[in-house]
Design a protein around this ligand. Structure first.
Ligand code: TXD
Length: 304
């Protein structure tokens, strides 16, 4: 069976495992906290008896368990605590990602790596450097989640099936994400013909604030069902070589005029990872927003 490793068996990692467990995959969870990976793996394994899946799920603290995984999803890290600056978080998680990558390099040198840990775009750079893998094998998950949030918002507002809302969100994972209302279609009708510019603006703002809205409601912790599902969909597109076009945090070397920076763009996902970067024709203003997004990541990286 195809093998996926998930590093960090917290909320997002275990949700991704739960989603992937409906497929005939071997799934290995790894965490530093004793018992957590084993416990979640056992719970998820028992769920496969209910929905009748042949998936095999194991959990461990030992990285030898990830041997020969074809895809590795990294969710390991700490959350920002009161009093901690963005830079503090960046340094702590960069250290964790560096350590995680040293194990991936040894045990699955041919794997395709999907980063989830925040700050997402910066962590992709840390992983690329620590792994030394080709750029098409190291990517980040943010756009699939942000696009799902925007599509949900539009579908609820217009009272239509989310399946018929097509859109994409580019840029980095944060305030500088770039929504594309001009590329948004509802059953082949442009969004702009269905609602006012003010409403579109509000929906984009809500998407940008999507993570914070959930944090405010939950009080402890952040979103994990949609993030876990988004990471799982990317892993599946790679494992099944399905050539899906999804917004992914990918390393750009000139496309959109952006050099050597990770930024969210539409890509073709297949067995080789990011098999192609899709070039959309963007308006001048949108292109500027995308450049600003990349610039924000570049400045954040300077503090490392
Ligand atoms: O769109 C996106 N990219 C995101 C990113 C959407 C949602 C969440 N996003 C980020 O993912 C979030 O800001 C965090 O940086 C990660 C994971 O979020 P999650 O909600 O799953 O956090 P948890 O529940 O705290 O899980 C993190 C786990 C926890 O079990 C730790 O014990 C483990 O990571 N951890 C480690 N595992 C292995 N190795 C090391 N060194 C390690 N350190 C911590």
């Amino acid at each position: 069976m195809k093998k996926v490793a998930i590093i960090g068996a917290g909320n997002v990692g275990s949700t991704a495992a739960f989603v992937l467990a409906r497929k005939p995959y071997t799934i290995t969870l790894v965490d530093v906290v004793p018992g957590i990976a084993e416990g979640k793996a056992l719970d998820i394994q028992q769920s496969t008896a209910v929905f009748e899946s042949p998936a095999k799920i194991t959990g461990s603290m030992d990285y030898t368990a990830i041997k020969d995984a074809e895809v590795v999803i990294i969710t390991a890290g700490v959350a920002r605590k009161p009093g901690m600056t963005r830079e503090d978080l960046l340094k702590i998680n960069a250290r964790i990602i560096g350590e995680v990558c040293s194990h991936i390099k040894i045990h699955c040198p041919n794997a395709i790596v999907i980063m989830v840990t925040n700050p997402l775009d910066a962590m992709c750079h840390v992983a690329l450097k620590a792994l030394g893998f080709p750029k098409e094998r190291v990517m980040g998950m943010a756009g699939v989640l942000d696009t799902a949030r925007l599509r949900t918002c539009i579908a609820q507002h217009l009272n239509v099936a989310v399946l018929d809302v097509h859109s994409t969100v580019l840029g980095n994972h944060g305030d500088a994400m770039v929504a594309l209302p001009e590329h948004t279609m509802v059953g082949s009708v442009p969004l702009a013909e269905l609602t006012s510019p003010e409403t579109i603006h509000q929906m984009i703002q809500r998407t940008k604030n999507g993570g914070a809205e959930i944090v405010a409601l939950l009080k402890t912790g952040s979103a994990y069902y949609a993030p876990g599902a988004a990471a799982a969909v990317m892993a599946q597109a790679i494992l099944e070589d399905s050539k899906r076009i999804l917004p992914v945090c990918a390393y750009l070397e000139g496309t959109y005029g952006i050099q050597n920076i990770y930024v969210g763009v539409p890509v073709l996902l297949g067995r080789k990872g990011v098999e192609q970067i899709i070039k959309l024709s963007l308006g001048r203003e949108t292109l500027q927003e995308l450049l600003a997004s990349a610039q924000q990541t570049a400045s954040l990286l300077k503090s490392l």
